[in-house]
Design a protein around this ligand. Structure first.
Ligand SMILES: *Cc1c(COP(=O)(O)O)cnc(C)c1O
Length: 631
């Protein structure tokens, strides 16, 4: 008997869901934004709500309360670690806005600034312009990283002048003099940070962001030179932050520990030079456990947020005490961990296709010998003999192909042979499942026999990291898991790109190449892609001119009722065309004049012409994704 618990286990939802996601008794995906278990949102109900509305799928659901929840969780972890290890200072989170610059996301994060002194980190002029529009608490910092030209520096300095708590980080040596000269010229005292290049590096995909060969950071020699120059400008007391960043998604906790220890020594030695460093900024890298395995595999992290905080606080305190220097304020720039959980893409499945036709093969008697062999194998294969018969079938199939290549078999017979072979495979696979035969040859058969589910979205727009860097994201049915999934599938998006296919899925032990899914009957079928709140929103692109998706922001109140706080309409065809420099008026008038010409030459009727113009204008103003009822 299939139970909801089996579905929860199969999809691993409670392993990677971090307490925010699960399935309820009915088999519907639920979201618990506040982690208070009586208050959850049934996503089936949300999907049904939108089915009756003009906001079409795919729809990105944002849960702003999850952003708040993650900030709370990280702060809570650091405050426990601080009291446990008697650390004599505090912790402040900073959100690096390159991870998600959406206005509503930042608004939510900044809300926590009053309570937790949450700050922002920017790396470009545009990001700084955005960040300056938010009101941070008095003690929160606005950190400026990245390459900086005079305009960027000026903007940061003027912001300092009007009272913003800006820290300008020197993250390449050549930037030192540029900053100091300009500060002197404008007579504005900056708060200065310095980014160290450590020997320690992260682990996982972003290991190259740290270590001696990393793009940013100052070597020991450069740091000493930089400090000397700052002193020459008489601004040494302005140097207040030591920063490092060894890469995103650090999969192993000991890497963090090692980097903190190394940087703590740097801090202590600088402190010993009578420089009053106030902030110890450990950068990003706090990992998200996308596959729920809690291991050092690329899609995971072998530590919890609490273990991360413990390691940072303990290691830093240890070195500080040994070196007899005061404990600095700890800052982390944890972008991924704050934002990954807060958004889910709801995707409508438009159909599925097999690699073969499941038709009955009629044998007429004059077929080549191998076809008859395959036919008999199909008739006689059973649970006892299936391994042997499956091996026979492979031989017959190989023979069939050789004969075809020698010109001895016609296309009609080749087709019969292929269909018979796949039907034998399907039977063998089902016997293997029944007998719990897990050998590779039968597991591989599932892939061969899997269906392609046609999903109404673009990987390039909504999940670009899957394509670019093989980042895995959990994908599960939105409802219906009270029934056992009977199919295996991969997911194809609706772009014309053969890379637009998801054929790697999170798994506890491995990476799955096929996902357990339900057969499509006549009703709708929806899939949810989760943990896509970090990086995907702005890295997403306009491949094939699929635009940004519709969005709904959903919150839950104390009584357990959910509300759509806001909907944002995604790009229409006219929007994406505008973004590649087409002028919509001139496109329209070109089409109009072509229609007029056809009408004049009497190739179409007046009524047809009207209809065509109406259709053209509709398409121009429509959502870029597919819009038809599936089934
Ligand atoms: C990208 C980046 C971050 C964010 O890292 P996460 O792993 O997302 O937390 C933080 N700091 C710097 C300097 C970065 O470049």
């Amino acid at each position: 008997m299939w139970k909801i618990e089996d579905a929860i286990d199969l999809y691993g939802i409670e392993r990677w869901g971090s307490g925010y996601f699960s399935y309820n008794r009915k088999g519907n995906l639920i979201v618990t934004p506040t982690k208070s278990h009586s208050n959850y949102i049934d996503l089936k109900k949300v999907v049904e709500y939108f089915e009756g509305k003009n906001v079409k799928f795919p729809i990105l659901f944002r849960f702003p309360q999850i952003l708040e929840g993650q900030i709370k969780e990280i702060n809570g972890a650091f405050s426990s670690a601080i009291s446990e290890y008697d650390y004599n200072n505090s912790y402040q989170a900073v959100f690096p806005i390159k991870v998600n610059q959406r206005k509503e996301v930042l608004e939510e994060i900044v809300k926590s600034s009053k309570k937790f002194n949450t700050g922002l980190e920017v790396g470009t002029k545009a990001e700084l312009l955005a960040a300056l529009s938010f009101e941070l608490s008095e003690d929160a910092v606005l950190i400026c990283n990245g390459f900086k030209d005079e305009e960027y520096l000026k903007l940061a300095l003027y912001a300092t002048r009007i009272g913003k708590n800006v820290v300008i980080v020197i993250d390449e040596f050549d930037g030192t003099e540029r900053l100091l000269k300009l500060s002197q010229k404008l007579n504005i005292m900056p708060v200065i940070g310095i980014r160290a290049k450590l020997y320690s590096r992260g682990s996982g995909k972003w290991a190259e962001s740290g270590g001696e060969t990393s793009k940013f950071g100052l070597t020991t020699t450069e740091m000493l030179d930089s400090i000397r120059i700052i002193k020459e400008y008489d601004m040494l007391e302005q140097l207040k932050m030591l920063h490092f960043h060894i890469g995103s998604q650090i999969t192993e906790v000991r890497r963090i520990q090692r980097a903190v220890k190394e940087a703590a020594r740097v801090y202590a030695k600088i402190k010993g030079m009578r420089i009053n460093i106030k902030y110890f900024n450990i950068g990003g890298g706090l990992g998200v456990d996308y596959d729920g395995s809690k291991t050092s595999s690329e899609a995971s992290a072998n530590y919890s947020i609490q273990e991360y905080a413990n390691n940072v606080v303990y290691s830093l305190k240890d070195v500080c005490d040994e070196e007899n220097v005061p404990h600095p304020i700890i800052i982390s720039e944890s972008g991924r961990a704050i934002s990954a959980y807060h958004s889910i893409l709801a995707i409508d499945v438009k159909g599925s296709k097999n690699g073969y036709y499941n038709r009955i093969v009629e044998i007429e008697g004059n077929e080549p010998h191998t076809i008859k062999e395959l036919y008999d194998t199909l008739k006689e294969i059973n649970i006892k003999n299936y391994v042997e018969y499956f091996h026979d079938a492979i031989q017959h199939r190989d023979e069939l192909i050789s004969l075809f290549n020698l010109g001895e078999i016609e296309l009609g017979d080749k087709s019969k042979g292929e269909v018979l072979f796949l039907q034998i495979c399907a039977k063998a696979a089902s016997f293997a499942r029944e007998t719990e035969n897990k050998s590779d040859e039968f597991e591989d058969l599932n892939k061969l026999l899997s269906k392609k589910y046609i999903c109404n979205f673009s990987i390039f727009q909504s999940m670009p990291d899957f394509w670019a860097i093989d980042q895995l994201f959990p994908i599960v049915p939105v409802y219906g898991v009270d029934r056992k999934p009977t199919e295996y599938g991969t997911l194809v998006d609706i772009t014309c790109d053969s890379d637009g296919e998801i054929d790697k899925f999170v798994d506890l032990k491995d990476v799955k190449e096929i996902l357990e899914l339900h057969a499509l009957d006549n009703g709708s079928y929806y899939l949810a892609a989760l943990l896509i709140g970090a990086y995907q929103d702005t890295i997403g692109d306009y491949h094939n001119l699929f635009g940004t998706v519709n969005e709904a922001h959903i919150i839950i109140d104390d009584s357990g009722k959910w509300h759509i706080k806001k909907t944002i309409i995604g790009d229409r065809n006219c929007d994406v065309l505008g973004s590649v420099r087409y002028n919509i008026n001139s496109l329209t008038s070109t089409f109009k004049s072509d229609v007029a010409q056809a009408l004049k030459q009497k190739r179409i009727s007046e009524a047809e012409a009207d209809e065509m113009l109406k259709n053209y204008s509709n398409v121009m103003n429509e959502y870029t994704y597919l819009d038809y009822k599936s089934g």
